[in-house]
Design a protein around this ligand. Structure first.
Ligand SMILES: Cc1ncc(COP(=O)(O)O)c(C=O)c1O
Length: 445
């Protein structure tokens, strides 16, 4: 395949290899809504949504039309030294939707950039250097973000990182207080639903306790909602499920309607005022592509579309239906532990089998590679179930069930049926035998 060869030779040979092993080296000819059609005539349903980017479905016409309209208008797309078209209107819309104590927005191009902004701004505002973070988190691949991630699979070989950062178990109030007491932390950053850690959902009481400790010790509270934001959980922000007021909220991914890279760091007024303090500080935080009119238009039309189509209600109903469907499979399969999530941000959680026959097969999988079971499940779902999904980056025993929010109940049923068949194959032993053969080939055994 020409494209794969070029990519492998000139971009990333190991990625091309992985796609080949996973059986995912296919050429997509058209992607519409949640359906991905390949040149060889197969149709896959997307239950990954580009890691919660495609909330409105692939190539959403409403967003595409807005972008075409913007291009046809021949207005300024990227032009520095102006008050950018749409950025104020978009910020106003985001602030209104966010509510709570949020009053200002700083636009970025990616989630990692949002994390960098959050580090910079909170350090400046508090005049402290430290950043406390939740273990298991994924915050991105820039240096600041990598300094806030405990899992070494992302960071090993790239150090040294920022000093004064510290990981604590997810919302472990005692350990957090011990650190905050030192008063060296500018901010505590956490996801409210830890996505790559395996869809760990925060408990409201713990969040409230941590927030009040942050207030007590002068540390700002940052919610990373890069995956959970933009109605993924059924509400504009996952924050809205909890009685908390983060000082900062980071958004990206779905904000650009799956077509433009757009991020936004939401913050309370005092932080914004500390940064943009005087006229000589007016351009202290800016980016060449940030606030470009195509990105702003994509984000504005994304938010319009969510309201117009009542995305919120639909997402909540479909989420319920998905969890109900998967839960019904739990008594049938010893390796299916549970499904957890809110709205359409869900994780299917697997566990080690206890029956002797499966235990031995599972162990031999684990010996080959820790992540082999999850990856082979993903492969089976893709090749046979025609479902695109992925394992969580920091927890290989959980796979994502995060379809676009425009999916319909028949898509959810299709997923549950594909999962049922994939589980059946592993519980019969066939899925394991197949996986061991693939694993051996990959590892040249
Ligand atoms: C929770 C979270 N934060 C930050 C990021 C980084 O975002 P980006 O890949 O746009 O830099 C990600 C990316 O997956 C993420 O899931």
């Amino acid at each position: 395949m020409e494209n794969s060869k070029l990519y492998s030779g000139r971009v990333n040979s190991q990625w091309a290899r992985l796609m080949d092993i996973m059986g995912m080296d296919v050429n997509y000819s058209s992607c519409k809504g949640m359906e991905l059609v390949t040149e060889d005539g197969n149709t896959y349903k997307d239950f990954l949504s580009g890691y919660c980017v495609q909330n409105l479905g692939h190539n959403n016409k409403y967003i595409a039309d807005a972008l075409i309209d913007e291009i046809k208008s021949q207005g300024p797309v990227i032009l520095q030294n102006l008050i950018p078209r749409y950025a104020g209107e978009l910020a106003e819309k985001i602030v209104t939707l966010a509510g709570r104590n949020i009053s200002n927005v700083c636009f970025t191009n990616t989630g990692s950039e949002g994390v960098e902004i959050a580090i910079k701004f909170t350090r400046l505002h508090t005049k402290r250097a430290g950043i406390l973070y939740s273990e298991g988190a994924f915050h991105g691949i820039s240096y600041g973000a990598m300094s806030l991630m405990k899992n070494t699979s992302w960071t090993k070989r790239f150090g040294p990182f920022l000093e004064d950062t510290m990981g604590v178990p997810f919302l472990d109030v005692e350990k957090i207080e011990k650190e905050l007491k030192t008063k060296k932390y500018a901010a505590f950053i956490t996801e409210l639903i830890q996505s790559e850690a395996g869809l760990n959902i925060a408990k409201e009481e713990k969040l409230k306790e941590v927030q009040s400790l942050c207030k007590k010790y002068g540390t700002l509270f940052i919610a990373d909602e890069v995956q959970s934001g933009i109605f993924r959980t059924g509400k504009f922000l996952a924050t809205h499920y909890f009685d908390i007021e983060p000082d900062m909220i980071i958004l990206a991914k779905a904000l650009g309607g799956g077509m433009m890279p757009v991020g936004a760091v939401l913050m309370k007024e005092e932080i914004n005022r500390s940064v943009f303090k005087s006229i000589d500080q007016a351009f202290v935080s800016a980016s060449t592509f940030g606030e470009n009119s195509l990105s702003m238009r994509a984000a504005l039309s994304t938010l319009e579309y969510c309201e117009k189509e009542n995305i919120s209600e639909r997402c909540l109903e479909l989420g319920e239906s998905l969890r109900e469907g998967v839960n019904a499979l739990v008594p049938k399969y010893e390796m299916l532990k549970e499904v957890r999530g809110i709205g359409l941000m869900n994780g299917i959680v697997f566990q080690e089998p206890h029956s002797l026959k499966l235990k031995a097969l599972f162990k031999s999988f684990k010996l080959l590679h820790e992540g082999l079971f999850g990856q082979m499940m993903v492969r089976k779902l893709f090749r046979e179930g025609k479902i695109l999904t992925q394992v969580c980056g920091n927890n290989y025993m959980v796979i994502k069930a995060c379809p676009p929010l425009i999916s319909i109940d028949a898509d959810i049923k299709y997923f549950v049926n594909a999962l049922d068949q994939a589980l059946e194959s592993f519980h019969s032993g066939d899925g394991f035998k197949e996986g061991i053969a693939i694993g051996r080939k990959v590892l040249n055994l």
